[in-house]
Design a protein around this ligand. Structure first.
Ligand code: SF4
Length: 475
């Protein structure tokens, strides 16, 4: 679906003629939300706005919300309390978007207690943002633009990315899985995949701009095009990559097509679902030149019983067998994962099963979460909720195990040469450059600025918990 963004951004430009206007965005949540914020920024840029990091000087403040993280609601309402004075003092436009706006109890609370908010938009109406802003500016209207639909795919939305080396591309949106702890299927709608040619065009354009790494995003990336196929749609797309015709009809074939793009050195993807990790995807990763051999494989729990309660549709053994199969086909592969500790009904034995999988798979990175209840989910209604103190104790035990494993892994890097994509100056020390290995380890080293944006070989000379230290000896 194409949008009429240009029409509305031109109208806003006309309205603001001669005045310098600034925007401030706060993004909460996952990489998909960050990508949505890049689209909001892209639309605002076209409308003549420039970015500011100083909230007090913004003419429009946007909160792009998430409802997955704990305390998200308190954070949003706290932020709204802080910005109310800007509305009162200088008429700053306050806009709120994102997943939380698809939750009725939140929009109700906004209407009742935060009447100063100008624009509320949901996950299915992001592309209407310039139109909503125009009416808020011109007619001083309060806008609520939320649709309760399965969702559509919009193309042609301008994207403004601050990072000039790494970029993310949303390839599909929504989720059909309904894991019992997760609110995403209720707020992002059903799975819908973008046309592969639009994805390839975006990646080729990024390569032309000098980007070196792309991350493909989706709630369930490896079911790319699957739902369309199930609905009987023709998903045999002929696409052009580097002027050559290719066929794309699945996630595996999309990876193969993207692998052909000249200039893109690394391709990553998050998040796949273990139940949909088919052999053709494993083979596509194995045979590719640019798809990173680090696979993010969300585990969530190592207990078959808990996995069933979570509606994850795989067992502990399925997960371990999948990791083993991938490792056999791609010996250099490494894994990262997500784990939820303290899901309702999780016993000591269930938690031990999680630790067991962590020991066996030896993840390079584990994103650990303490289970927290989400209104509207099945797990929220489960009676056997785990006391907070037990959840925290288990979380600390898992953290300890993961850190020990990372310490051992990091030691193994010392003395080896690794390929590092140099991302820029270190945040803490401008004299140090920083980059990442294919396995996503941060490497800091001394070197000249012209290495930024290049993949170079570094010798690892020492290891620390969260980064490795390398030297560039031009090997
Ligand atoms: S796969 Fe599960 S955890 Fe991931 S977005 Fe869908 S419902 Fe949520």
């Amino acid at each position: 679906m194409e949008t009429d963004i240009k029409v509305w951004t031109e109208k806003i430009n006309e309205l603001n003629k001669g005045k310098e206007k600034k925007y401030y965005i706060l993004t909460m949540g996952c990489q998909l939300n960050e990508n949505d914020s890049e689209k909001i920024a892209g639309m605002l840029k076209e409308a003549g706005y420039v970015k500011t990091e100083r909230i007090e000087e913004a003419d429009i403040i946007i909160f792009n919300t998430c409802c997955v993280r704990e305390n998200a609601e308190e954070r949003l309402f706290g932020k709204l309390g802080e910005v109310k004075k800007y509305k009162e003092e200088k008429g700053t436009i306050i806009a709120i978007g994102g997943c939380m706006m698809q939750e009725k109890h939140i929009t109700q609370k906004l209407k009742e207690s935060y009447k100063f908010v100008d624009i509320v938009f949901g996950t299915h109406t992001l592309e209407n943002f310039p139109k909503d802003l125009y009416y808020a500016l011109k007619e001083n209207k309060k806008i609520e633009d939320i649709l309760d639909i399965d969702g559509v795919v919009y193309e042609g939305v301008p994207v403004y990315r601050e990072d000039k080396i790494k970029a993310s591309i949303t390839i599909m949106n929504g989720c059909n899985n309904f894991c019992t702890y997760c609110i995403v299927p209720y707020v992002r709608g059903r799975e819908r995949s973008r046309n592969p040619q639009d994805i390839i065009n975006e990646a080729e354009d990024l390569a032309k701009q000098g980007y070196k790494e792309i991350t493909l995003l989706g709630q369930n990336v490896n079911s790319y095009l699957v739902y369309q196929k199930q609905k009987g749609e023709d998903v045999n797309f002929k696409v052009l990559v580097n002027g050559k015709e290719k066929q794309v009809n699945s996630f595996a074939t999309l990876l193969k097509a993207l692998d052909e793009i000249e200039g893109i050195e690394r391709i990553r993807f998050v998040s796949p679902h273990p139940k949909d990790f088919t052999d053709d995807v494993i083979d596509a990763i194995k045979d590719s030149k640019h798809v990173c051999k680090l696979i993010h494989l969300p585990l969530q729990s190592g207990s078959t019983k808990v996995l069933k309660e979570m509606n994850r549709k795989y067992t502990k053994e399925d997960y371990l067998n999948l990791a083993k199969k991938i490792k056999e086909k791609i010996p250099e592969v490494t894994f990262s994962t997500d784990i939820i500790v303290g899901f309702p009904g999780e016993t000591e034995q269930d938690f031990e099963d999680t630790l067991d999988v962590v020991k066996k798979v030896n993840f390079e990175q584990v994103f650990m979460f303490i289970y927290s209840r989400r209104v509207g989910t099945v797990a929220d209604k489960m009676e056997n909720q785990i006391p907070e103190n037990i959840k925290h104790k288990r979380f600390n035990r898992l953290k300890e195990l993961v850190e020990k494993q990372i310490e051992v892994q990091n030691k193994e890097y010392v003395g080896k040469y690794v390929d590092v994509l140099v991302e820029g100056e270190s945040k803490n020390n401008k004299d140090i450059l920083t980059g990442r290995t294919e396995s996503n380890k941060v490497v800091n080293f001394e070197g000249s600025r012209d290495l930024i944006g290049k993949v170079i070989k570094l010798k690892i000379v020492s290891e620390h918990m969260w980064y490795l230290k390398g030297i560039y000896d031009k090997m």
